[in-house]
Design a protein around this ligand. Structure first.
Ligand code: PXG
Length: 460
């Protein structure tokens, strides 16, 4: 903060509590606990708060800092772009170099058939863009009844009115009187939770069939699109059973329903592939990118638009009345280019696929398979979850779902480990630069936190 002195921790906490409404926060409860932890500095996987406390970040910020903190190359890219051209827009027949270069790079990187890019500054914005595009597309096709979008329970697509509607978070719906008309939700492919005795194959069939059943119930002539995260992140790292995405694609094709892959978390190497769509063989019509596109160093998002939608939009659409002041902002686009370059040069995607991803999976099993309150561990690449349950055999949950998870998250902080709880699942998604030693340290601390939670419950 050049030219300004930074207040001390106590003063910062006081000002924060007095004036700052945080996202997804119970304000009274936070004030009661003495206010926020203030993070001042970060490097690699490490965070330091203003009291000098050091933590290991097993969440890569909010699932986004893929290349880790403190990367000089990204800071330099932003600085140089800020000096050359801090802002110009892409409205009114203009462009700047970095969004153009980035568009070509993204087209190259993403699955075949996605040849156009529309920029935003957040995943939520880009999912709003998708809703606009889908409606415009079907109108241009003369199919004015094709309007409904189907999402899934526990799906998370953002926090604007349209993106909440796409998502399946019931608490968000209740608070905002959503979803809007024309948004429906079906079951998540959450095998551990809803699979009962079904085999993986049979459960994949059942979860995919729920989509087709809903399409038939609504009438295929009214269903515009299906949206899903290849792996559901904020919903609790729900990894789909084998065969699920294949079936979903068959169903979408059969009923001429557009397929939207929300890759905000699964993009840019998280699963050990550039995109979750590569991992599961998904060929989406539209794809949402954000977070890892800049490793969180700058706000940026993008919609990758498949040829079918893009061709219609371009050939028949006339002017598309949609865009944001910062669509294609040169600074985040320059940072994204540097970020992608870094991921490529350091071979981070291959490293996650061949080494650290499989290592995380093996160690999760070694550390937790015998634990009295762990029902399941699961991971894919460097995204994973540890399910805390009352009964390992019956998979019975603890009463008051979420309370054990939040207790465990507090124990993680006591261990200087940042891990997030989703209901009673502890989730992790460390930076892709994590080494085997980092993974060992994360799991050692996670084990200590889960042990402490089990002791609180009289289970250890
Ligand atoms: N899609 C997916 C799959 C996401 O995970 C968004 C869209 C929205 O992106 P923006 O940039 O508008 O936030 C997300 C965001 C959490 C958490 O606590 C997850 C997200 C955001 C904030 C918190 O898990 N995911």
């Amino acid at each position: 903060m050049a030219g300004q002195s930074i207040p001390g921790t106590a003063e910062l906490k006081k000002l924060d509590t007095a004036h700052h409404l945080h996202p997804f926060t119970d304000y009274k409860a936070l004030a009661g606990e003495g206010g926020s932890r203030i993070i001042a500095r970060a490097d690699g996987l490490r965070l330091w708060d203003t009291d000098g406390g050091e933590m290991i970040d097993a969440m890569a910020g909010l699932w986004c800092v893929n290349v880790g903190y403190g990367r000089e190359e990204l800071a330099r890219a932003a600085y140089e772009q800020l000096q050359t051209l801090p802002y110009y827009n892409c409205f009114f027949k203009t462009a700047t170099p970095s969004p153009v270069q980035l568009a070509a790079t993204l087209v190259d990187l993403t699955p075949e058939g996605l040849n156009h890019v529309f920029y935003g500054s957040s995943g939520s914005e880009s999912n709003d863009t998708i809703v606009r595009m889908v409606r415009h597309f079907w109108n241009l096709q003369g199919k004015h009844r094709k309007k409904t979008i189907i999402g899934r329970q526990y799906g998370y697509h953002g926090s604007t009115m349209a993106s909440i509607s796409l998502g399946g978070m019931s608490a968000m719906h209740r608070q905002a009187d959503l979803p809007m008309p024309g948004f429906h939700h079906v079951m998540a492919p959450y095998w551990y939770d809803a699979g009962g005795d079904l085999s993986e194959e049979a459960f994949a069939e059942r979860a995919a069939q729920a989509v087709e059943d809903r399409i038939l119930e609504l009438g295929a002539d009214t269903v515009a699109a299906f949206i899903g995260e290849p792996i559901q992140g904020a919903g609790g790292v729900i990894i789909p059973p084998a065969g699920y995405w294949e079936r979903i694609q068959q169903i979408c094709r059969r009923h001429d329903v557009l397929l939207i892959a929300d890759e905000v978390i699964t993009g840019f190497g998280r699963t050990g592939h550039w995109f979750g769509s590569d991992r599961y063989g998904i060929k989406p019509d539209l794809m949402t990118l954000a977070k890892g596109i800049t490793s969180g160093y700058q706000p940026l998002s993008a919609v990758m638009v498949g040829d079918r939608v893009a061709d219609t939009l371009i050939d028949k659409g006339g002017e598309f009345y949609h865009g944001y002041t910062y669509s294609g902002h040169p600074v985040p686009c320059a940072v994204a280019l540097a970020n992608i370059d870094l991921i490529r040069r350091e071979g981070l995607v291959e490293r996650v696929r061949d080494d650290t991803g499989p290592y995380l999976n093996r160690r999760l099993h070694e550390v937790f398979d015998d634990h009295p309150i762990v029902g399941e561990v699961r991971s894919e690449g460097l995204i994973g979850a540890i399910e805390l349950v009352a009964d390992r055999k019956t998979r019975a949950r603890f009463p008051d779902m979420g309370s054990v998870g939040s207790r465990c998250r507090d124990h993680c902080f006591e261990q200087n480990l940042v891990m997030r709880a989703v209901r009673d699942a502890m989730v992790l998604s460390p930076a892709l630069i994590a080494t085997r030693d980092d993974i060992d340290l994360i799991l050692e601390r996670a084990r200590a936190a889960i042990d402490a939670t089990a002791r609180d419950l009289g289970r250890l």
